[in-house]
Design a binder for this molecule. Structure first.
Ligand SMILES: Cc1cc2nc3c(=O)[nH]c(=O)nc-3n(C[C@H](O)[C@H](O)[C@H](O)COP(=O)(O)OP(=O)(O)OC[C@H]3O[C@@H](n4cnc5c(N)ncnc54)[C@H](O)[C@@H]3O)c2cc1C
Length: 476
């Protein structure tokens, strides 16, 4: 009997459309393994909210594999190569297969593992499984990479369509199962159980991912173009954490949209182009591995940031800025591990422009508190908001959070849900309570500075200060 093939699972915690698993199953017995090695992620290890998700996703994957007469082997080590070599020795494995990841630290580890295993005489093979297209497949005519989304997405459409998703394979078990850790033993759950609220919002795991996709395509896809910017309406898919952990592949999402009767509607095109932004983020990170820490527009390295940062940063993190739509977003993030895309842009603009706090500090907070925290999308998003990234909003376009609230939360549903102390204010005053009359505030039970904070900054003055600061680097 041949030794088993090890399938090294990382950001592909699923059985369906998993090219490495599918290929391994065709070779003979399969040993699915997850190796917990956070040290290998360098400065960009999974944050606390992501760790909660990972804990749940591993438990779910254990169950899914058990139902297929297989198992998930969970191991811990500082060096994945050493762990794999030990496992190969213990099980007589002949091959190690995996789906590629694209974070700079992950790429380095995978290259080293592939070269070392091949030198050991082990079959080591990697597969594309987590993007519609490999980051290097989409190229400019002169062979270079893209810095703007629209030409990137257009070039991507000129390539053959993404392959049809693979079914879950039949898994033959290995002759013996080595000892495994339980997810609890990885100690992924944050010590302070602030994640309790997540449990009622999410169903991590492959089954939850497929249910969310079905519900979205059936009920929300048709209205996506009209509703996607309204945080008070359940108008987006909320697939981002499932995609991040690979419980669902983008090819499955692509195929589900194309199989629906609406695949050529405006809504479907807009939705698929959002998947395109995810692809673009990975393309940028692949070609600019410094993107999580360094502005792509190098002039911003000299930007005159505010001198006082700690206090305002904390107030922002706690959702106590006194600016209702910003506080609503930051509280949604804390309670659910997720924030609506429109509101991510609004809270980011306030932090980096009105408060002049470096985008990297916002990126770090999101990385720790978002269940979908993803190095590529998060750093691209923050550089976009700051105006220092590829295809970014120009710096001088500073969101006015009051106008944004009035436009995208016109009946105040979102602010009332997350800032209940303002719930009784009339809608006309909800996004700028400081402009309401004393009588209106009193009737709504609001005392500014007591039941709800005074605004942390004057929006007009801080906007002007931000534009003045920008002038100092503009021609640099
Ligand atoms: C400052 C900032 C930080 C962000 N950080 C992250 C992050 O860490 N992880 C993350 O997945 N997204 C991030 N985004 C992008 C976006 O906000 C989320 O992908 C989206 O809100 C997820 O909700 P959804 O699944 O309902 O999206 P939908 O609108 O249903 O979109 C479908 C999918 O497309 C992808 N997508 C949508 N918009 C974007 C985008 N602008 N950039 C990249 N991919 C996109 C996501 O995978 C999403 O699940 C960030 C955006 C900003 C402005």
């Amino acid at each position: 009997m041949t030794g088993p093939s090890i399938v090294w699972l990382r950001r592909d915690l699923r059985l369906r459309d998993n090219p490495a698993l599918y290929r391994a199953a065709a070779l003979g017995p399969v040993l699915p393994v997850y190796i917990h090695a956070p040290e290998e992620e360098g400065n960009h290890a999974t944050g606390a909210a992501g760790a909660w998700w990972l804990h749940c996703a591993l438990r779910e994957l254990q169950q899914e594999l058990k139902a297929c007469s297989s198992r998930l082997l969970i191991l811990r080590g500082e060096d994945s190569l050493a762990v794999l070599r030990r496992l190969i020795r213990d099980t007589d494995a002949a091959a190690v297969l995996w789906n590629r990841r694209y974070e700079p630290a992950g790429i380095q580890v995978d290259r080293r593992v592939k070269a070392a295993l091949r030198e050991d005489g082990i079959r080591a093979e990697s597969f594309p499984g987590n993007l519609l297209r490999e980051p290097w497949e989409v190229q400019r005519k002169d062979g270079g990479s893209f810095r703007a989304f629209t030409p990137f997405w257009r070039a991507s459409h000129r390539l053959p369509p993404p392959a049809t998703p693979l079914p879950a394979p039949q898994l033959e078990p290995p002759a013996h199962w080595p000892d495994s850790l339980e997810p609890d033993e990885l100690e992924l759950l944050p010590r302070i159980p602030w994640y309790r609220g997540f449990e009622s919002c999410w169903q991590p795991g492959e089954q939850g991912a497929n249910t969310a996709l079905d519900i979205f395509v059936r009920n929300q896809l048709s209205g996506y173009a009209g509703h996607r910017d309204l945080p008070g309406t359940p108008g987006t898919s909320r697939l981002s954490p499932h995609l991040h952990f690979g419980e669902l592949s983008p090819r499955q999402v692509w195929a589900a949209v194309h199989a629906s009767r609406q695949y050529d509607s405006d809504s479907a095109t807009t939705f698929l182009s959002e998947l395109g932004w995810r692809e673009f983020a990975h393309h940028l990170l692949y070609y600019h591995p410094q993107m999580p820490d360094t502005p792509l527009d190098r002039r911003f390295e000299e930007f005159p940031w505010a001198e006082e940062q700690e206090g305002p940063l904390q107030t922002w993190q706690q959702g106590q800025t006194g600016i209702p739509i910003v506080d609503a977003g930051m509280r949604e993030l804390w309670h659910t591990g997720w924030m609506h895309n429109r509101v991510r842009m609004i809270v980011g603009s306030l932090l980096t422009k009105n408060l002049r706090i470096p985008w990297q500090r916002g990126e770090r907070w999101f990385r720790d508190t978002l269940v979908d925290a993803d190095l590529a999308s998060n750093s691209m998003g923050w550089q976009w908001v700051q105006g220092c990234g590829a295809d970014a909003a120009p710096y001088f376009r500073i969101f006015n959070p009051v106008r944004q609230g009035e436009r995208f939360d016109p009946d105040g549903t979102y602010v009332r849900r997350w800032v209940p102390e303002l719930a009784r204010l009339p809608t006309g005053n909800l996004h700028a309570p400081w402009d309401a009359s004393v009588c209106t505030l009193r009737k709504a039970g609001v005392t500014l500075g007591e039941t709800y904070p005074e605004p942390l900054v004057d929006l007009g003055t801080s906007r002007k200060a931000a534009l003045d600061a920008y002038q100092t680097i503009r021609n640099g």
